[in-house]
Design a protein around this ligand. Structure first.
Ligand code: NAP
Length: 298
């Protein structure tokens, strides 16, 4: 790209998502300079070794100095302390964004600390894998995936456009949403499925030893797919459930009612009820494939 979209960006966190952003920004020349900060020196050293950072520092305030775009790519639980630390170093006119999987809590945690003249435009690239850390990233991660922006009602239009252009350059499709609506949608499409996977794999590990060994041995019968999801980062997912508590509990309530109905259908051998549901869900799978959302990583 002849003209970079941003002269200088700062990435706070260089795990799966941060390092994927850095890789694609380097590959396509989207930005002039990438400044990186993280929790540990080890990750910063790794970022330099991989050639995905131009400068690194553990000093978060120094990392955001002169940055036109700051993207917080850490677990959600770290946001409050990060914004308190970086706020004094933010350049007037800078955009502060993030990649967090929950959005209402982000606005709650970040907005009060954003200095006048700095634009908060939260974002969520709906793309990921079960892997973590600087080495897990890859530049194609966001291609053909949604990136949901949740700008506040009075957000600066130019800032929203500039951030949209960045994610479009990453290959993503942009959707603008209200943060509460985003959280409800994600509770169903992402958070509840993860909770179910964690539960099934947890139940299996609590079985007595012989049975547990056989669950692993014959895992191709469906269990294997749950183990992939349940291998996702424990810190990230702990924070997602704590920060999206209300929406997840609401979806969980509906899920519990539906599973009780299925339990009843099995007990009373109501085959038609089972068949009708399984036929409807098959159609949903077709819709997912048609919407090109069937990639293994998410
Ligand atoms: P990750 O691979 O575990 O990386 C997290 C990064 O955050 C690490 O570089 C870590 O530093 C850094 N970090 C942790 N605490 C910090 C702190 N207090 N200050 C500064 N940096 C800190 O996580 P990820 O998968 O990239 O996820 C990051 C964010 O993306 C999360 O908010 C998540 O909700 C969102 N997200 C994830 C996915 C997914 O599938 N993984 C998808 C969409 C959105 P160290 O390496 O030094 O510990």
């Amino acid at each position: 790209m002849a003209n970079p979209l941003f002269d200088r960006i700062a990435l706070i966190g260089i795990g799966l998502i941060g390092s994927s952003i850095a890789r694609l920004a380097k590959r396509d020349g989207l930005v002039g300079h990438i400044s990186v900060t993280a929790r540990t020196q080890e990750s910063l050293d790794k970022a330099m070794e991989l050639g995905i950072a131009d400068s690194v520092t553990l000093d978060q305030e120094a990392a955001v100095k002169d940055a036109d775009l700051v993207i917080i790519c850490s677990p959600l639980g770290a946001y409050s302390s990060i914004i308190e630390t970086i706020a004094p170093g933010l350049k007037p006119g800078a955009i502060v964004s993030d990649v967090g999987s929950v959005k209402e809590a982000v606005v709650r945690d970040l907005a009060p600390h954003i200095p006048d003249g700095v634009h908060l435009i939260p974002a969520h690239p709906v793309a990921g894998t079960e892997h973590s850390g600087p080495e897990a990233g890859f530049p194609e991660l966001f291609e053909d995936r949604w990136c949901i922006l949740t700008p506040p009602a009075d957000a600066d239009e130019e800032a929203t456009k500039a951030l949209s252009a960045f994610w479009e350059a990453a290959g993503s499709n942009i959707e603008i949403m209200d943060p509460a609506h985003h959280d409800l949608v994600m509770a169903m499409t992402s958070h509840l499925p993860h909770l179910i996977a964690y539960t099934i794999v947890g139940t299996a590990t609590d079985l007595e030893k012989t049975l547990r060994n056989e669950v692993i041995k014959f895992s191709a019968g469906g269990f294997r797919d749950f183990t992939r999801i349940a291998a996702s980062d424990p810190t990230m997912w702990r924070d997602v459930f704590l920060k999206n508590k209300d929406a997840v509990l609401e979806m969980l309530q509906r899920f519990n009612e539906d599973i009780t109905a299925l339990q009843r259908a099995i007990r009373w051998e109501e085959g038609d009820t089972l068949f009708e549901l399984f036929s409807r869900t098959r159609e949903v799978r077709r819709g997912v494939i048609e919407a090109k959302q069937e990639k293994m990583y998410d």
